[in-house]
Design a binder for this molecule. Structure first.
Ligand code: WTA
Length: 648
């Protein structure tokens, strides 16, 4: 727990405004309490009722089968996610409602109605079938933020193929690693995408990755930028050519509730990213309900989540949750400060966005750019704000509330993870007061607890401990792709009876949770999860590096900055040029988000007598602390620490 930092105490409570509460889906704490109690006492009744709001080809015979750590939800139920996201709405007045409003970074606009999206998805589903993709096959999606990305995901869901979306900011090497692990049969990419006015050369990176991935038989390329890209005959196909010649009717594959829906890779405390596996029924039901209640979503809303579809937030709260609800979801391709720092506010104003969901790191950047930018635009359409991805400091919370929400909009601070599939801890905006810095209360069916290192429930939760979840929930990950043992070890071995989140948390007397951040070797840099071991293996793959240890240092905007301590092989000498080369090497190996902020050359790294690197010491040194706190009795060579502190 030593790395958990105290968070500023901010004791104010913000009650839901009366105007909001009166119209909210859940209007009081008592209503929440009653439903919450039912969700724990009778999960079958609770989740069965929610699932009945959606379409099933065949009903389930049992809501939950729990053989820890393996859960099956809606056992034997048959459904299809794309059917629930599209066909269900096309059969109603929503047929011509906007499903996706898209804006490209250069400024183009596209609106796809539910009917448009339904037809596009079916066409592309047929194109995938023609290329030999069927139920259970893996498809990797490496795309910019364009409607075809959502279309590709839904088309996979329609035919039962398992998608694995890889964030477009990852390098060729990281893409190759993920394609290989999933043994994907097909890759969907684009000629490029726009980011800060520049073209991200996705196809070029994909070609580099494909040199190492024999499993990929076909590549579908969406024309986005129009730049010339090499197309390999027989392997590469233009999206627009494929969909021209296929029928726009493709019946949905009947999927078992437990059939895999997607794999999404995320960093853990080992060197290799884990393929988190989500299945169909439980994920659908849970993201449906959380989107509806946490965002108080109504048919008249224009909902905008600013995440990238390459992360879980994009999967659950840009694509699946909103579309299963029949909502209008907005997608924006590019950077928040292109061409100027008011791009987001311009979009809110232009489309009349009512619900806005972003990350604390973005809010801190907006604060830095200044109030004048949002003040240039009408933000009156906004009625609810959300944050996700990292703890939000109370100053940023208050700024968001006052400047963007104009004191009028409730804020939901939503805690969850790639592994949880959906939001786990939050306030419900019409029911709960918000407390800046606190995520809030457990969502329905979620049973958090704060434990000590021995696995006991802590007596004083207000002082903090490890956050665990003691009950299965519908959208929990089912396994780590190809490595069931790692699933058990990673999440269910610290405590035999609970899911270990990897986060620290505190709980106050009102039952509100405050998330303290990761307690394992995972960094959270601008809301992106990065494993220290992944960064270290990237560094030691450079010919000059002997050993590396990576730690996080608190950073005012990004939350955490990446600091790498590096020892060199005997032929190499520290230099400014080498420092830059190492930063570039990591960015090339993983992606620009992984570029270290600081490289410190060291004679040696502090180790215990058994040879383990003492990261705790390095974290303190990186943060510039002069007094090293805590037990150093196991340190092998004290002089090493003195040298590092002196920066020699
Ligand atoms: C952190 C993102 C504090 C946490 C959905 C978690 C948060 C990790 C919050 C998961 C929040 C996410 N307050 N911390 N509201 N939301 N986190 O898998 O450390 O990219 O374990 O999922 O982000 O990151 P992931």
């Amino acid at each position: 727990m030593e790395r958990i930092e105290a968070v500023l105490k901010e004791n104010r409570r913000f009650e839901p405004p009366e105007e909001f509460r009166k119209r909210a889906r859940i209007q009081s704490e008592a209503e929440y309490e009653a439903l919450y109690r039912e969700s724990l006492e009778d999960p079958e009744a609770f989740w069965g009722r929610v699932a009945e709001e959606l379409h099933w080809f065949e009903p389930w015979t049992q809501v939950l089968e729990w053989n820890p750590p393996h859960a099956r939800w809606f056992v034997n139920g048959k459904t299809n996610l794309s059917y629930n996201a599209l066909d269900r709405h096309v059969a109603t007045w929503r047929k011509n409602k906007a499903a996706i409003i898209w804006e490209g970074e250069p400024g183009e606009e596209r609106v796809l109605t539910y009917h448009d999206l339904w037809r596009e998805v079916q066409r592309f589903a047929n194109a995938l079938k023609q290329l030999g993709v069927g139920k259970g096959d893996r498809v990797t999606i490496y795309m910019p933020m364009i409607p075809e990305t959502a279309i590709a995901m839904l088309a996979c869901a329609r035919i039962g193929a398992v998608h694995s979306v890889v964030f477009g900011g990852f390098s060729a090497n990281a893409l190759a690693e993920r394609i290989k692990d999933a043994e994907a049969k097909l890759l969907i990419t684009a000629d490029g995408g726009y980011r800060r006015g520049r073209v991200v050369p996705l196809k070029a990176q994909a070609d580099e990755a494909l040199a190492e991935t024999p499993s990929v038989e076909h590549v579908v390329v969406v024309r986005r930028t129009g730049e010339a890209v090499p197309m390999q005959p027989g392997r590469d196909h233009w999206y627009h050519e494929l969909v021209e010649s296929v029928p726009d009717h493709c019946p949905p594959e009947v999927m078992d509730a437990e059939d895999p829906l997607f794999i999404l890779y995320t960093s853990g405390s080992t060197g290799k990213p884990k393929g988190v596996l989500h299945t169909t029924g439980g994920y659908m039901v849970y993201t449906y309900l959380t989107t509806k209640l946490v965002f108080d979503l109504k048919d008249e809303d224009t909902y905008w989540c600013t995440a990238d579809v390459g992360w879980i937030t994009g999967h659950s709260y840009i694509v699946y949750g909103p579309l299963v609800n029949g909502a209008t979801t907005l997608m924006y391709e590019g950077a928040p400060n292109h061409p100027e720092p008011d791009r987001f506010w311009r979009i809110v104003d232009k489309y009349g966005v009512t619900i806005f969901y972003t990350a604390p790191t973005a809010i801190r950047a907006f604060m830095k750019w200044g109030e004048a930018w949002p003040r240039k635009h009408r933000l009156d359409s906004l009625r609810l704000l959300g944050t996700v991805g990292e703890p939000i400091n109370p100053e940023a919370w208050l700024w968001y509330h006052q400047v963007i929400g104009q004191g009028r909009c409730p804020i939901v601070d939503t805690w969850w993870q790639t592994e949880t599939g959906g939001i786990m801890i939050t306030t419900l905006p019409g029911a709960h007061a918000a407390k800046p810095g606190f995520a809030g209360k457990p969502f329905f069916g979620v049973a958090p607890e704060i434990r000590d290192a021995e696995g006991n429930r802590v007596e004083t939760p207000e002082e903090g401990g490890y956050l665990v979840l003691t009950r299965p929930w519908p959208s929990m990950l089912r396994t780590v792709w190809g490595d069931p043992e790692r699933y058990r070890r990673q999440y269910w071995s610290q405590y035999p009876d609970a899911y270990f989140t990897g986060d620290g948390a505190r709980r106050d007397a009102d039952g509100y949770y405050l998330i303290l951040g990761r307690v394992d070797d995972v960094l959270n840099v601008a809301g992106h999860r990065l494993g220290t071991m992944e960064l270290e293996s990237a560094l030691v793959s450079h010919p000059d590096v002997a050993e590396a240890a990576v730690v996080g240092r608190p950073h005012p905007e990004k939350g955490e900055a990446i600091v790498a301590f590096v020892t060199l092989k005997s032929h190499a000498r520290p230099s400014e040029a080498l420092r830059e080369a190492l930063k570039a090497h990591v960015a090339n190996t993983i992606g620009p988000i992984a570029r270290p902020d600081e490289i410190r050359f060291a004679e040696a790294l502090p180790k215990t007598r058994s040879g383990k690197i003492m990261r705790r010491l390095l974290r303190q040194i990186a943060a510039g602390e002069t007094e090293i706190k805590g037990d150093t009795s196991t340190l092998e060579d004290r002089e090493v620490v003195e040298q590092l502190k002196r920066g020699e």
